[in-house]
Design a protein around this ligand. Structure first.
Ligand code: URA
Length: 210
């Protein structure tokens, strides 16, 4: 099944992206903005998560009400910039389990390779929300999705804040069953693989490493 990329273009998200792009935004504010945007995007990405019906007793009478199914969502940041998005998603769904996927770029092949992967138990039963704020070439996202599929995951979503057209197209082509949520698709990549106009190196700006 081919899914269409969902652009989360809410005015609040647009406003926060403008602040995020600004070279004068400091580390603290950058981290808060990534978290806030992730929370707003998660509202959309979690729209079709599993629910169960339960009887609740109000002060007046019992009512059947839908609740989020326990243990049905895993949040999976791609290290390291994806870490900045985790708390935004957990703000909406604090019971979600968190796994981590670490990838490095092989010097010879330039292909992404796994160096770390720790996933929650029963991952195959869960909706997997993969977090990668910058969908640049799409190489890391595609590799992370392949890792999850090899483990047997069936319902995978990718949440990115900014993307380059080439990265979005790569994920759409290689993994047409994965729903992409993105706040904005930028113009292109530069010769160093940075998204233009972008927001610079998201990992460095999040963690103050440059
Ligand atoms: N990763 C980043 O942090 N920024 C980009 O522009 C591209 C990839």
């Amino acid at each position: 099944m081919k899914t269409k990329t969902i652009i989360c273009d809410h005015p609040l998200i647009e406003h926060k992206i403008a602040l995020l792009r600004d070279v004068n935004t400091d580390t603290k504010q950058f981290r808060e903005l990534i978290e806030e945007i992730s929370m707003l995007m998660a509202y959309e990405a979690l729209k079709d998560i599993d629910t169960v019906e339960k009887e609740i007793v109000t002060p007046l009478e019992p009512v059947k009400q839908r609740l989020v199914k326990d243990n049905s969502v895993a949040v999976l940041p791609i290290l390291r910039a994806g870490l900045g998005m985790v708390n935004g998603v957990l703000a909406l769904l604090p019971t979600a389990k968190v796994g981590h996927i670490g990838l490095y770029r092989d010097h010879d092949t330039l292909e992404p390779k796994e160096y770390y992967c720790k996933l929650p138990e029963n991952i195959t039963e869960k909706t997997c929300i993969l977090l990668d704020p910058m969908l640049a070439t799409g190489g890391s996202a595609c590799e992370a999705i392949s890792i999850l599929k090899e483990k047997g995951c069936k319902k995978i979503k990718l949440m990115s804040i900014l993307g380059a057209p080439v990265g979005v197209e790569k994920v759409e082509k290689e993994h047409p069953d994965v729903q992409i949520y993105i706040a904005h698709i930028d113009r292109c990549l530069n010769e160093n693989g940075y998204i233009l106009p972008g927001m610079g190196d998201a990992g460095n700006r999040l963690f103050g490493t440059k």
